[in-house]
Design a protein around this ligand. Structure first.
Ligand SMILES: Nc1nc2c(c(=O)[nH]1)N[C@H]1C(S)=C(S)[C@@H](COP(=O)(O)OP(=O)(O)OC[C@H]3O[C@@H](n4cnc5c(N)ncnc54)[C@H](O)[C@@H]3O)O[C@H]1N2
Ligand code: MOO
Length: 405
């Protein structure tokens, strides 16, 4: 792992992400669950189809299945077939059967005409035009054939994927077990919401952000609360977190302050790298390994904690969870509606609101208040405006990159 703690300059965010992803070995433990519990879970093995979908050639329309005859537009109806039924006799040219959408095509039939294009006179059915071969016929295996791999190990299941599994008759599925993540905050100034706010203290909010974000990702959270600045208490908290969790996320105490035992303790019990990353907010950040878990030390400032979680921890957790592909977050071009103030040096992740203007263009309004402590700016924002490290101020009307939140 590249540690630039003492190196001049800052670590580019891309390098930090590479280092983190390169150090992480995904969780391999597997559990079998019903498909109805499987949305957003990561598949542990490939899923192959054991059936054809559709299972039989069937009709795409309510109408008439027929055996094409080039002699006449009038056919003789010899029966009816509804969804779930099978017509046993084989049609000969000039014969048709009444058929409903989804019903199996009768043997010998080679086309279906929708009923709007037919007129009925007893068993004589006259079509408005000569039917085309295989018109309105859905073929067996057209969607999925036997032995097709329909979902791969490492895929995260979407709602429609669960439906796809159901359509193949699969009731249970092997997935990677949920991650277990321990979360804690350190700092004597921190007070739990609901308690009286003493002079010089602040309400603790980073845990609320991190735990809520983890809960949205099917992650089992071990909440270790606020740990006071006491070496023994901090040591015990980290040892417990390391024992019980796949990863530990703490916030605060990763910069250069003096009243901090976090660094000291972490250095005693693990191999942790304290980086200065070329990003704003979120310059100080710690990452490394304890004996049984990975450690992420987010900066204490609330916006810095949330943005580093979003940019650095989320991809790491994706990899740890067994996700096959960890893709960079999607970025879009948007026109800024005002000047973006920025000093060259660190990549900025500024808060703003993206909208579509009257001309149909994607535009973004950066907020005036961009301080690392202004959590309300992140609450109001629907995107991060990503400005490259080397860039200075950006003019109104320029095109910038945004990531939707
Ligand atoms: N001399 C320097 N000072 C600082 C530097 C630096 O490079 N040199 N970096 C600054 C940057 S950038 C950041 S970001 C902060 C991060 O410092 P820490 O991670 O050590 O965070 P703390 O000092 O513990 O706290 C900073 C700030 O955030 C509040 N905080 C902390 N935890 C929570 C929480 N769980 N919920 C809500 N608010 C929290 C804390 O009260 C402080 O106000 O360092 C700069 N300083
Ligand atoms: O990154 Mo600090 O996050 O600039 O305030």
């Amino acid at each position: 792992m590249n540690d630039v703690c003492n190196a001049p300059g800052l670590l580019p965010i891309e390098t930090a992400i590479q280092n983190i992803l390169g150090s992480i070995t995904p969780v391999k433990d597997v559990e079998t669950i019903t498909i109805m519990q499987s949305v957003d879970r990561v598949l542990a093995s490939d899923v192959k189809s054991t059936i054809n979908v559709p299972a039989h050639n069937n009709s795409a329309m309510d109408g008439y299945a027929l055996c094409i005859s080039d002699k006449s537009l009038t056919y003789t109806q010899v029966g009816s077939v509804f969804a779930g039924q099978v017509f046993e006799e084989t049609l000969t040219p000039g014969q048709c059967v009444r058929i409903m959408t989804g019903a199996a095509i009768a043997p010998g039939a080679n086309g279906v005409v929708m009923q709007e294009n037919a007129s009925v006179d007893g068993d004589k059915i006259t079509f408005t035009a000569q039917p085309e071969l295989n018109e309105n016929v859905r073929f067996a295996g057209e969607d999925i054939a036997i032995d097709d791999v329909i979902l791969k190990a490492g895929d995260k299941l979407k709602a429609v994927d669960v439906g796809l599994l159901a359509s193949l008759g699969i009731a249970n599925i092997d997935v990677v077990r949920n991650l277990k993540i321990a979360v804690l905050s350190t700092g004597d100034e921190l007070i739990e919401p609901g308690q009286p706010l003493m002079q010089g203290a602040i309400f603790e909010s980073n845990r609320a952000v991190i735990i809520s974000a983890l809960q949205q990702k099917n992650i089992d959270v071990l909440d270790l609360g606020i740990i006071p600045d006491d070496k023994e208490l901090i040591t015990n908290a980290f040892l417990k977190a390391n024992e019980l969790a796949d990863a530990v996320i703490s916030s605060g105490g990763v910069s250069v302050g003096e009243a901090d035992f976090t660094k000291e303790v972490l250095n005693e019990i693990g191999e942790i790298h304290f980086w200065k990353i070329a990003m704003k907010p979120g310059k100080p950040f710690a990452f490394g390994k304890l004996s049984n878990s990975y450690f992420f030390g987010l900066p204490g400032n609330p916006v810095s904690a949330a943005v580093t979680f979003n940019q650095l921890v989320e991809p790491a957790l994706q990899k740890l969870s067994g996700l096959g592909e960890v893709n960079p977050k999607m970025r879009f071009n948007a026109v800024t509606t005002s000047v973006i103030k920025k000093r060259p040096g660190r990549a900025d992740f500024q808060r703003g609101t993206a909208t579509i203007n009257e001309q149909g263009d994607l535009v973004v309004a950066p907020f005036n208040k961009q301080g690392s402590g202004v959590l309300s700016s992140l609450s109001k924002a629907n995107c991060l405006i990503v400005v490259p490290a080397q860039s200075g101020n950006i003019e109104k009307g320029a095109t910038v990159s945004i990531e939707l939140l």
